[in-house]
Design a protein around this ligand. Structure first.
Ligand SMILES: [Zn+2]
Ligand SMILES: [Zn+2]
Length: 385
């Protein structure tokens, strides 16, 4: 029987599992009930697994012939979002919601475990299933890798369900797909005083505001106009009273880009602008810059394998614009050739038209069959490549 045939057989199981995981979303690094449920399902399939990195699981399906090892990854955490849908399997953990579709990833990968358990004869190598915690706070992939999730792995494959892509379509394009996501904090120091006598103090409001404005010139004046990049200041805290000259300010922001060279330039540009602007206003500044999530760059060869897999399962591929959101799957891609596929779950007729992280987020569950089959078919094709 083909992957699609078996996938169809387990279609309802995958949907039921998704609904159950949806009902009990858990915060990043607190996915305890989630992994115990995943463990139960793997037990039913007699698939051996290990709990690693506190709330992660790696399982292993060995084929009947030895060969390469491919890792399939699903992230499992939810978001601190209060669900506003009225579905019958609505979140029962108030204030938390699977608003990024990770409930789909878990259930699809379990569906794949069901399929591959039946296809061991055709499996030329080993499939590792990675159930990864804490993607939303970009710590999970690093933790799993540190705990050995990629040891002995020749390739990685991930799926994200994607609300901007219509059901039936899958994006498997090669090259940079999702941006790096890094962050910075700037502390500004002035000198306090009475609001009526600004000349006696050093106003941190003025220097902090000037730094925020000058940071805008990085994208508009320093980087090539052909190079997409983002510098966003998300918070500016300075001053506490209308008649006091503020002595301290704090600015926090994030950077995004698709080119590793640009990514490496950000700290120098931000530090120079912050420190020199502060100095122009008689104040001082120091910058803490944190590299957090690398760029998701899909491997060209793996993209070709995924295209063949899509053809076999009868799904259509689609090319999309790059995405400025980050995804810590990039950590795996930095260490092994691989690809993340974005599976379309948009279907306006079913209310699945809200963006990722929205309190009304939902998916066209019929698309889960595609994702389930794709995980399995890619594993078979990668091992045979
Ligand atoms: Zn998310
Ligand atoms: Zn996500």
């Amino acid at each position: 029987m083909s992957v699609s045939g078996i996938s169809n057989k387990y279609k309802q199981n995958v949907i039921n599992l998704r609904r159950e995981f949806h009902k009990y979303p858990e915060a990043s690094l607190h996915e305890y009930k989630t992994i115990s449920k995943i463990g139960e399902e793997l037990d039913k399939l007699l698939i051996p697994y290990k709990r690693i990195a506190d709330t992660g699981i790696i399982a292993e399906i060995k084929g009947n012939t030895p060969g390469k090892t491919v890792a399939l990854r699903a992230d499992i955490d939810a978001l601190p979002v209060k669900e506003l849908t009225e579905c019958e399997y609505k979140s029962e953990n108030d204030g938390f919601m699977h608003a990024c579709g990770h409930d789909c990833h878990i259930s699809m990968l379990l569906g794949t475990a069901m399929i591959l358990s039946e296809m061991k004869n055709e499996l030329n190598g080993t499939v590792k299933l990675i159930f990864q915690p804490a993607e939303e706070i970009t710590l999970g992939a690093k933790k799993m890798i540190k705990a050995g999730a990629l040891d002995g792995v020749d390739g990685v494959f991930g799926i994200h369900v994607w609300s901007d892509i219509e059901h039936g379509f899958v994006c498997i394009q090669e090259g940079p797909l999702m941006a790096s996501s890094d962050f910075f904090t700037i502390n500004v120091h002035g000198k306090g005083g009475h609001g009526s006598a600004p000349h006696q103090g050093v106003d941190a409001v003025i220097s902090s505001s000037a730094i925020v404005m000058n940071l805008q010139s990085i994208v508009s004046r320093e980087l090539s106009p052909l190079e997409p990049a983002v510098v966003s200041v998300g918070s500016l805290n300075v001053g506490s009273s209308f008649n006091v000259i503020a002595s301290e300010g704090t600015i926090c922001g994030t950077t995004r880009c698709f080119n590793p060279d640009v990514r490496n330039k950000f700290p120098e540009m931000i530090k120079r602008i912050a420190i020199d602007t502060a100095s122009a206003y008689r104040s001082t500044a120091e910058v803490e810059y944190n590299f957090s999530t690398p760029i998701v760059i899909n491997d060209a060869n793996c993209s070709k394998i995924a295209q063949k897999s899509l053809d076999k399962i009868g799904a259509k591929s689609i090319t999309i614009e790059k995405i400025t959101a980050g995804e810590d799957f990039a950590e795996y891609l930095n260490r092994a050739p691989g690809i993340i596929a974005l599976v379309g779950v948009r279907n306006e007729a079913k209310g699945a038209c809200y963006p990722q992280h929205h309190p009304m987020y939902t998916v066209d569950e019929d698309a889960l069959e595609i994702g389930t089959a794709l995980y399995a078919q890619y594993a078979l094709d990668f091992l045979n490549s």
